[in-house]
Design a protein around this ligand. Sequence first.
Ligand SMILES: Cc1cc2nc3c(=O)[nH]c(=O)nc-3n(C[C@H](O)[C@H](O)[C@H](O)COP(=O)(O)O)c2cc1C
Length: 209
Amino acid sequence: MSLQESLAWRYATKKFDSSKKIDADKLNNLLQTVKLAPSSYGLQHYEIVVVEDAAVRERLKEAAYGQSQLTDASQVIVFAAETKIDEEYVKNYISETAAMRQMDREKLADFEKTILGAISRQSDEQKLNWSHKQAYLALGVLIGAASELGIDNCPMEGYDGGKFDEILGLKEKGLTTSVIVTIGYRAEDDQYGKLAKVRKKDEDLFIRI
Ligand SMILES: Cc1cc2nc3c(=O)[nH]c(=O)nc-3n(C[C@H](O)[C@H](O)[C@H](O)COP(=O)(O)O)c2cc1C
């Protein structure tokens, strides 16, 4: 299927078949694709938590107002934004870039200065907002990639972020929940899968100048 056909096939899955699990190779394929998502300056301002533990998922479900996807999907993926994009974070990124591209770190001095300038002009709140945006971009890549692999998915914002952070121990890691997506396989009787897609008309969506 083309990406367009895959996205027409997918829908925000409300009821997963809890007996079906995504096999390890497929999950890894999905994660490796998400890893290729672009980010501002390439900083990848987030980490991706893959939750499979049943007891943890029960707690997450409670914090997500009882939404069944949290326990019935094959995995819960949590995009967690970096809360500390500081000088050290940027310096590490530049060192990593130099090492991966086998180049002299000095050659990246201008690039490093540009990023350090960009972060120095932002408040902590602005930087966190910036991180969240990158996480959402990765979410979009995941949704497309999962759909192409025939993996059902439901992006979700309906949860208490503070409780998610606490359950997953994110604060200690310098992270906070941005957005989540549950992945797995739809239950045959999920009525939402049979509904027509509702999207804006072309003339209300596309502005051509
Ligand atoms: C950021 C985001 C948050 C969402 N939060 C939830 C949620 O908490 N629970 C849920 O069942 N669906 C959630 N949805 C699914 C949307 O309601 C759904 O994508 C939208 O109605 C369009 O339907 P479709 O994805 O089936 O085409 C969310 C979608 C997005 C993109």
